[in-house]
Design a protein around this ligand. Structure first.
Ligand code: AMP
Length: 283
């Protein structure tokens, strides 16, 4: 696996592969890689000639300086993890590579999908995400890019950005990888103790309950019962929001179920912010 640390080396690598007509798969990450990330990398390796993974902790998508400061960084271990896959290259840019003074960034209207959930609770977050992903797409020119369903709203935002900017890339959404207790794998889980990880599984249990409740309840009733269940079993976790939304515009649904309806949860375990979701359309 090639380790690429500069835009010059990246450009040479990409140009060569494009000349050879190779299909490029791309997995953007912020590092502290776990099996969830690796599942994206493995899928890309299966579906493309070349796979590039990027590792860049993007400062502009953090709206809390403490969150940015505490975000786990372990590049040497990440490289070891990637060597377990068939990843062809890892791109580890500097902040200067991603945001040179000449780079103006893009501003696009994401309304209404950035007005809810993460958009509402993390002002500026999606602007940071859109800009870093757009910049990475420009540099890497992938045919396909792989994102986790865990960040459900992020996938919707990226798809909107790609459509508006007419960027020629297929966005592939991959299933959420979980710990045996149901907790979605996340780099932030490294900041949790074993006991906290056990407690945090309440997020997944609440989502699973939502799936059962959806059979006999409206979305609004399901949401209310899920919140009650979460709060009754939270053992110190604090719910930031729980929403049941339509998958196309991410607006809350109340009376009737729509295909692709998804329950989204964000909860704090101490100072660690955890996010998860599950499609809960009744069968
Ligand atoms: P991050 O490093 O957290 O920015 O994540 C990089 C990519 O991996 C994003 O597209 C995430 O949605 C995805 N990802 C993170 N955790 C998981 C997981 N548990 N299962 C599948 N994909 C994930």
């Amino acid at each position: 696996m090639l380790e690429i640390y500069s835009n010059q080396d990246l450009a040479v690598f990409i140009q060569q592969r494009k000349k050879e007509n190779k299909k490029i798969g791309f997995v953007p990450t912020m590092g502290a890689l776990h099996d969830g990330h690796l599942s994206l990398v493995k899928k890309s390796c299966k579906e493309n000639d070349i796979t590039i993974t990027s590792i860049f902790v993007n400062p502009t998508q953090f709206n809390s300086t403490n969150d940015l400061k505490n975000y786990p960084r372990q590049v040497d271990n990440d490289i070891k993890q990637l060597l377990k896959t068939n990843c062809d290259a890892v791109y580890i840019p500097s902040e200067q590579d991603i945001y040179p003074p000449s780079y103006k960034g893009i501003e696009i209207r994401l309304n209404p999908i950035d007005q809810v959930m993460e958009g509402k609770h993390r002002p500026g977050h999606f602007n940071g995400v859109v800009n870093v992903v757009y910049r990475l797409f420009q540099l890497i020119q992938p045919d396909k890019a792989y994102f986790g369903r865990k960040d459900f709203q992020q996938v919707a935002v990226i798809r909107t950005m790609v459509k508006i900017t007419e960027t020629p890339v297929d966005i592939i959404m991959c299933e959420t990888y979980r710990e045996p207790n149901g907790l979605a794998m996340s780099s932030r889980n490294l900041l949790l103790s074993q006991t906290e990880k056990e407690k945090a599984s309440i997020i997944y249990h609440t989502l699973k309950l939502g799936s059962e409740l959806s059979q006999k309840n409206t979305p609004a009733e399901t949401k209310e019962k899920m919140i009650r269940f979460f709060n009754d079993n939270a053992r110190g976790l604090e719910l930031e929001y729980l929403e049941i939304v339509a998958s196309n515009d991410l607006q809350s649904i109340n009376k009737t179920w729509v295909k692709g309806a998804t329950a989204c949860i964000v909860a704090f375990c101490g100072s660690v912010r955890l996010i998860d979701n599950l499609e809960i359309y009744p069968s």
